[in-house]
Design a protein around this ligand. Structure first.
Ligand code: SF4
Length: 206
């Protein structure tokens, strides 16, 4: 099976397992999603979802966020890890949104990636999940699966993003990236995996 056919076949399995994948991070608008994604660096989505209600109760807009002290933000988000860095980034990016973007989250990679604490993956998540603009955020789960499925050599996330974008139709990118995340969490963990029980590799590799 060539890569394109394999991608199609994997997509059909993912569709049957996760027909309507939901965005895992709870949010109510682009700003709260952006903050949740910043918090999710090296932290589980479940933990972020536990923390954000407390934070958003105090500050769910950039204007309210900059009224908080960085130390106050740090205290609330501590369970997410890397709290000094994340708190500074959250405060500063909120300030930048007010000063440079009228308090709105911008809709371009260039402007998003210019914000403190926002790299290409975070920008891709916001573009895909908040604005529904076709993007393929590559997190560690997707990177691992793409390599294990032989869809990309797994050299680096940049290469994986390029390969997956060429293998899956553009109008499917947002759905497929969410489906792979759910699949990876359920069946394809980094350490243990049982090929015989796996709905994809049990058929794919034989
Ligand atoms: S067997 Fe399943 S868990 Fe292992 S690499 Fe394949 S898809 Fe992932």
């Amino acid at each position: 099976m060539n890569k394109k056919k394999r991608a199609e076949w994997i997509s059909s399995i993912l569709d049957s397992l996760y027909p309507h994948p939901k965005v895992p991070l709870h949010h109510k608008d682009p700003y709260t999603l952006l903050i949740a994604v910043v918090l999710s660096a090296r932290c589980t989505d479940a933990k972020v979802n536990q923390i954000t209600p407390h934070l958003f109760k105090l500050a769910d807009t950039p204007q309210k966020m900059v009224r908080l002290d960085v130390k106050e933000i740090q205290e609330i988000i501590r369970p997410c890890g890397l709290s000094p860095t994340k708190a500074r980034a959250i405060w500063q990016l909120s300030q930048d949104l007010i000063e440079k973007h009228h308090g709105e989250v911008p809709r371009s990679f260039e402007e998003l990636e210019a914000l403190p604490g926002v790299g290409h993956k975070t920008a891709s998540v916001v573009m895909a999940q908040a604005f529904h603009i076709p993007s393929f955020p590559i997190d560690t789960h997707i990177h691992r699966c793409a390599k294990r499925w032989g869809l990309s050599p797994g050299k680096n996330v940049k290469q994986t993003e390029k390969d997956l974008k060429s293998l899956f139709p553009k109008d499917q990118w947002i759905k497929v990236h969410l489906q792979i995340i759910y699949f990876a969490r359920e069946y394809c963990p980094a350490r243990v995996h049982d090929k015989k029980k796996c709905p994809i590799c049990s058929n794919l590799i034989g």
